[in-house]
Design a protein around this ligand. Structure first.
Ligand code: J2J
Length: 524
């Protein structure tokens, strides 16, 4: 596929020879007993046989529309059975889903459709707060808009799931199976191509590490489109090991706890703000959540003191996960001593993951010192999709991905995340590219210059503060006005600043860059 950077041949040979890569495809992950419940969504319960059939029929429906191997389809769906069916249908015919988040709006979706040259865009009719996705779809240039619900002028998803036809087209293991979204550090979002074989390895190795089996009942509270909930081990890891996936619309205890009680959920993946809510909610909720065995926490740093509370308060094990959609996953192990589980963000999943911790000149730091984490391995990308200039900066010449995370490694191999070098805000696990937000702010008529930084927050980890230099003879916009402005530009709401500060000029570094550290320090 043009725009995809493959692994060099020597690595390909090695990963196959050493058994990391197989010929198994993403479309073949449904490996449970045909009569076992695979998916629970609201009142709907589907066995492995049901889900397999629905996925096949929907695959045939996409194929009838002329969508097939090598095509891209942007999907923007909440945590519904339709997400799972559409995902499986597309990977079966070798059309790669581009996984947008439900919060994305015209700005992000328009760009994703354009960059991926998507043949179709799949949406629900309505979303949170009654948001009408069909309105968004009218702004997008794609051949087919497919709607789960009332389609208006578009194609109903139900019309795809019509006949039993064999799916003729199948992808190859080395094909791109799915595109994940990068958290982003630049003006425009980046797409992460994940091949069938690297993502299958990702989800199978994760499921093994986490001890998933047919008795696993996994609750999805993060967006299903997020790498963590999808494949670490996530929905796909459950399917590959024959367990049951339960979809929750959100991580709110009001929605999640009754599902845990009703379905006897055993495992869940959460970001720290959700884990904190749960720790708190136990004292006032009536639900019986004693079936829970394991809470995975990742996406942002989970404080050691909080991790230590999980077994006491929720009466289950905790696992820290330091992952990235680009690939590398670090997990604390289920049998790690409690100090490592509480104080570290885990160690790499695979024996074939290569890790370097380097200083500003790219030299390895002394063992135990803090530096930037570089990595390559059998499930870490070698380049973003169609982004040669950015790739030249994001990868070393020998193919290590520069994570932008500052870490220190213990003799056991476990990593502790100490900070970040990349220009990104991590707002409770939601990633915001400072440059992307600054570019939107600069389009405002009163804003002369903008610099976005993270500010510490006890629940979210960080919130977003935008420092603004206002144009002479204009009135500084209020936070409310800035949010309305960003909304009209079609920016996802999680990227909106939480606070504005106006300044006359920005402090500068010796090389003339905005001194963001000084700006952030001025907030405390
Ligand atoms: C500190 N920072 C963390 C952690 C991610 C599992 C879990 C998370 C993600 C994810 C994921 C962190 N402590 N425990 O895809 O499969 C920050 C780092 C990292 C970035 C990646 C998964 N866990 N982070 O969060 O692509 O800065 O993936 O580089 O959204 O989140 O973000 P993302």
């Amino acid at each position: 596929m043009e725009g995809f950077v493959p692994w060099p041949e020597e690595f390909e040979k090695r990963y196959i020879a050493e058994g990391y890569w197989s010929d198994r495809l993403l479309g073949g992950v449904l490996r449970g007993d045909p009569d076992h419940v695979a998916l629970v969504a609201g009142e709907e319960r589907m066995t492995y046989a049901d889900l397999d059939r629905r996925a096949d029929r929907t695959a045939a429906g996409f194929h009838r529309l002329g969508i097939g191997r090598g095509d891209r389809v942007v999907i923007q769906m909440p945590n519904t059975a339709s997400f799972v069916i559409v995902f499986l249908a597309l990977v079966r015919i070798g059309a790669a889903p581009v996984l947008a988040l439900p919060a994305h709006r015209e700005s992000e979706i328009g760009y994703l459709c354009e960059l991926s040259e998507a043949k179709a865009y799949v949406i629900p009719e309505k979303g949170d707060g009654g948001f009408d996705y069909r309105t968004l779809a009218r702004t997008v240039q794609v051949e087919h808009v497919i709607v789960d619900g009332d389609p208006q002028e578009f194609t109903p998803l139900s019309s795809l799931d019509a006949d039993d036809e064999p799916t003729l087209e199948r992808p190859a293991p080395e094909d791109v199976g799915v595109f994940l979204l990068s958290g982003g550090t630049t003006g425009l979002p980046k797409l992460i191509p994940r091949t069938h074989r690297d993502y299958v390895y990702n989800l199978e190795a994760s499921a093994e590490l986490c001890g998933f089996n047919a008795d696993t009942v996994y609750l999805v509270v993060l967006p299903a489109a997020h790498n963590f909930a999808l494949a670490c081990p996530g929905i796909l890891g459950v399917f590959a090991t024959g367990g049951t996936v339960v979809l929750s619309p959100s991580g709110s205890p009001d929605e999640a706890f009754p599902l845990i009680e009703r379905e006897k959920v055993t495992v869940c993946a959460a970001v720290p703000p959700i884990a904190l809510l749960w720790l708190d909610a136990v004292s006032w909720s009536d639900e019986d959540i004693s079936s829970l065995r394991l809470l995975q926490v990742g996406g942002a740093k989970f404080a050691a003191e909080r991790a230590a509370q999980v077994p006491e308060v929720l009466n289950c094990s905790v696992q820290q996960v330091f992952g990235m959609a680009e690939g590398l996953l670090n997990y604390t192990r289920l049998d790690d001593p409690s100090d490592l589980v509480e104080q570290t963000q885990g160690r790499p999943l695979s024996p074939a993951d290569e890790i370097r911790v380097v200083d500003e000149d790219g030299n390895d730091v002394a063992p135990g010192e803090v530096g930037e984490l570089l990595t390559r391995g059998p499930y870490t990308l070698r380049g973003y999709y169609r982004a040669p200039e950015h790739n030249a900066r994001s990868f070393t010449p020998d193919g290590f991905y520069r994570t932008g995370d500052l870490v220190r490694q213990l003799p056991s191999g476990h990593l502790i995340v100490e900070g970040r070098e990349k220009d990104q805000i991590n707002r409770g696990g939601d990633k915001i590219s400072a440059e992307e937000l600054e570019n939107h702010l600069l389009a405002h008529p009163s804003i002369h210059d903008a610099a976005v930084v993270g500010m510490p927050d006890p629940v979210m980890g960080e919130r977003t503060c935008a420092f603004l230099v206002i144009r002479p003879d204009t009135t500084p916009p209020t936070l409310r006005e800035v949010k309305d402005f960003l909304r009209t530009r079609g920016v996802a709401a999680y990227k909106f600043p939480d606070r504005l500060e106006t300044v006359d000029t920005f402090p500068r570094t010796p090389v003339g860059k905005i001194a963001k550290k000084a700006l952030a320090a001025s907030l405390s």
